[in-house]
Design a protein around this ligand. Structure first.
Ligand code: AHZ
Length: 309
């Protein structure tokens, strides 16, 4: 049970009561006995390889036919994945992230500062996922952006129906003629390990892999070396005339616009987060993250319309 101890700091802090929680018995039993008969259980290297590759290739097999692909695991993509994973355990959801580390721009709050600001009503999402915050009236502050990102990520990774393929880039979109012949619908994604994608200029014969899915949610962030991927591809395949181009920073306007305009851009492709600012010519919001969380929730809601029919 918790123990309350008196602790006096030597700095200019007053003496405080600190409540400590005991470690579990199993970890406690290890401590202080490192010199005795401590040893790890035996293993052979091939067992490690097989434990990883068997699972990875089984996942590649299973998720080759997914219900939803989310492209980009930044704050918007992770929020969409959380919402879908919670609402629809029956759907198979592939989360494809080009970076080794999922999280996009949400490991820090802005510049290189720690805290993350969210304007209300995005505080509802923090309560949903269980992230504590300081309430400052019209907005709330999470003490570290990484606390938000790691918490949402840990929920997402625990859902049995979501597989994160990180270090994997979406290189193209799969298309089909639309039912009424008016154009195309998006029917999945073309993938490659990101390190392979980065070497198409100097290596040949590195054809990609594919994931079929009736719905793709693209949240690849604003334009940059990897960003705005799907909407740029829509322009080059002449399904969008041109991009509006992200406008300058206006926190007031930007956040409402991103959430309100999160939508299906062409049949089968829902765009959310800052990728959307490139389509509509919306302002950027800089270091306020409420719109990213709620755009993710809305993107999930839009995707589910396909399956609710
Ligand atoms: O690695 C990218 C990042 O983690 C990933 N991504 C981009 N292209 C990809 C591709 N295949 C797979 N072709 C890809 N993954 O997408 C993620 C995007 O995360 P993000 O944090 O950049 O975007 P977001 O829309 O979730 O959040 C944006 C938050 C803001 S607002 C803002 C500003 O106003 O300046 N800046 C940021 C970072």
């Amino acid at each position: 049970s918790p123990v309350t101890i008196q602790k006096t700091f030597t700095s200019n802090h007053d003496a405080v009561n600190v409540t400590t929680k005991p470690l579990g018995d199993e970890v406690k039993a290890l401590m202080g006995h490192w010199e005795d008969d401590f040893t790890f259980s035996p293993i052979r290297e091939s067992q490690v390889s097989r434990a990883m590759t068997r699972r990875y290739f089984a996942d590649l097999d299973a998720y080759a036919e997914s219900d939803i692909v989310i492209v980009g695991a930044g704050s918007c993509g992770l929020s969409a994945a959380y919402t879908l994973g919670k609402l629809r355990p029956d759907l198979r959801i592939a989360l494809v992230e080009a970076g080794v580390a999922p999280g996009g721009g949400a490991w820090l709050g802005g510049q290189l500062f720690s805290a993350m600001v969210m304007r209300k009503p995005a505080d509802v999402f923090l309560r949903e996922v269980g992230v504590p915050y300081d309430d400052e009236g019209d907005f709330v502050v999470v003490k570290h952006a990484s606390l938000f990102t790691s918490t949402v990520l840990s929920h997402v990774l625990r859902f049995p129906n979501i597989k994160l393929f990180n270090a994997t880039a979406v290189e193209d979109l799969i298309t089909r003629p639309s039912a009424d012949d008016s154009g195309i619908r998006i029917a999945g994604v073309v993938t490659n390990w990101t390190l392979v994608s980065l070497h198409h200029d100097d290596q040949s014969c590195m054809d990609p892999n594919t994931i079929n899915a009736p719905v793709v949610i693209s949240t690849t962030g604003h334009d940059g070396p990897m960003g705005a991927f799907s909407v740029k591809r829509l322009v080059s395949m002449q399904r969008l005339e041109k991009l509006g181009g992200m406008r300058g920073l206006d926190m007031q306007l930007a956040e409402d616009a991103i959430v309100k305009n999160t939508r299906e851009i062409v049949p089968g492709l829902i765009v959310g987060g800052m990728e959307l600012s490139e389509v509509d010519g919306a302002n950027r919001m800089g270091p306020t993250f409420g719109a990213m969380a709620l755009s993710g929730v809305k993107a999930a809601e839009e995707a589910l319309k396909v399956f609710d029919l």
